[in-house]
Design a protein around this ligand. Structure first.
Ligand code: ACO
Length: 399
């Protein structure tokens, strides 16, 4: 037997699959999705079990190394990551060169790209030790860079990481602490954030992960590959949807027109407006992550004693859309990002940080995919074909 691409090549055909709707770019052992049945599994474990029983770092280990860690493996991993959180002092000053108004996603991708200038040894992608230390550096430093992007946008001082704290608590402190007073972690927020990060950790060959693999297939180092993945995540049709959802909810609130009028505009495709946080290339039934995020939204807002009218608008939107033929026929359901923005807002993050939080969540999946690609002897440089539709050969004009 031969694979379809070899067959096509031998018979002189080229498949055109715009947007890669039905083209597998790789084999992978990491994540399984059944989009028709709303199933998501990390290394065989159901997302519901993973989210209920694990932590971000434990899941990162599972995704990257393939099995759940033993207690001592997890402690050692956690300890190593704590020891690598500090950024080089010069890199702290890198933030000074960027404008306050910079979008934190641009800051994040630039700073991750800059990391490879500090770790020249990461260019040796065939050296397992270098891959291992780069993995630890990325997991340790991305949250710090993310928090600095946030502080920078507020014009506040950048704090040093506190390595006596857990991964998520440290991140909260870097974002919301200040030099003047002791930061008290709210355990409800810490647990909820950890859960949201877990839900974002991997999602097989989405646009950003495919980008990481494509860049990595050229043997570019892991920092360069992941910086490219962050840029792919930035767009509103991918990770940027969480920021776009909150903007949409705010606009519906401000217009005073009500949810139905907005849904009617979406159905008329007026100005290309879409119901952000709805629809998915793979899920043609409920996104299992969306159910879990919705539960978290209810819990977090109740625990914080916040009643956010935007959450009510989101609930109403979901209800109206799920009962409407336009959405039913097209199998459009809420995706992971429909409710995350409401939770991040309740936690105190500005909308421009929402996609940055997604990036921290997705990092272990990007790393796991990059490593799987890098270790696979069958990996080839990614190089899609095209169907040329330009002019036929023509003579250069006499002028
Ligand atoms: N609102 C209104 N209509 C939609 C939506 C939406 N959110 N999503 C898809 N449709 C419609 C399209 O207009 C199209 O209708 P048509 O058949 O009349 O032309 C049909 O549903 C199919 O849509 P496609 O764009 O072909 O679906 P695709 O699989 O290419 O797109 C995507 C998936 C990009 C996620 C899309 O559903 C979308 O734009 N959603 C909103 C943005 C969003 O929430 N993105 C986050 C995705 S999850 C993630 O990355 C974490």
């Amino acid at each position: 037997s031969i694979d379809i691409s070899t067959f096509m090549k031998q018979t002189g055909y080229t498949a055109l699959d715009q947007g890669f709707v039905n083209t597998a770019s790789t084999r992978s052992e990491i994540t399984y999705i059944d989009g028709d049945r709303g199933i998501l599994r990390y290394r065989g474990y159901a997302i519901e079990d993973v989210a209920a029983n694990s932590t971000y770092l434990e899941v990162a280990w599972l995704l990257i190394y393939g099995e759940l860690p033993s207690k001592s493996q997890l402690e050692e991993f956690d300890e190593k990551i704590r020891r690598h959180t500090l950024l080089h002092e010069d890199l702290r000053r890198f933030f000074d060169a960027l404008p306050h108004s910079a979008h934190p996603m641009s800051v994040l991708s630039s700073a991750v790209s800059a990391l490879s200038t500090y770790y020249e040894d990461s260019h040796d992608v065939r050296d397992p030790e270098q891959v291992e230390i780069s993995t630890i550096r990325l997991l340790a430093k991305l949250p710090v860079i993310a928090a600095y992007a946030h502080k920078k946008s507020l014009g506040q001082a950048l704090l040093y990481p506190d390595n006596s704290m857990s991964f998520v608590d440290n991140f909260l402190k870097l974002n919301f602490g200040n030099m003047a007073e002791e930061y008290q972690v709210n355990p409800v927020l810490s647990k909820a954030l950890d859960r949201l990060l877990i839900l974002h950790e991997d999602h097989e060959q989405n646009a950003s992960t495919s980008t990481v693999r494509l860049v990595g297939s050229t043997e570019a180092n892991i920092f360069a590959s992941i910086s490219a993945g962050i840029n792919a995540l930035y767009g509103p049709l991918h990770g940027g949807a969480n920021e776009a959802v909150l903007k949409m909810l705010g606009e519906i609130q401000e217009s005073g027109d009500g949810v139905q009028k907005f849904v009617d505009r979406v159905k008329r495709k007026e100005d290309g407006v879409r119901l952000m946080g709805f629809g998915h290339r793979v899920y043609k039934s409920f996104d299992p992550r969306a159910r879990l995020v919705k539960e978290s939204a209810d819990e977090v807002l109740a625990d914080l004693g916040i009643s956010d009218p935007l959450l009510d608008i989101a609930r109403e939107l979901e209800e109206v859309a799920l009962a409407d033929d336009y959405f039913i026929e097209r199998k459009l359901y809420p995706n992971v990002d429909f409710y995350t923005g409401v939770i991040y807002k309740a936690m105190g993050f500005p909308p421009r940080m929402f996609t940055v939080l997604f990036a921290i969540g997705r990092l272990p999946g990007w790393i796991a995919n990059w490593r799987e690609m890098n270790e696979d002897p069958k990996t080839k440089i990614g190089r899609p074909q095209q169907l040329y539709t330009g002019p036929a050969a023509r003579d250069w004009p006499q002028r």
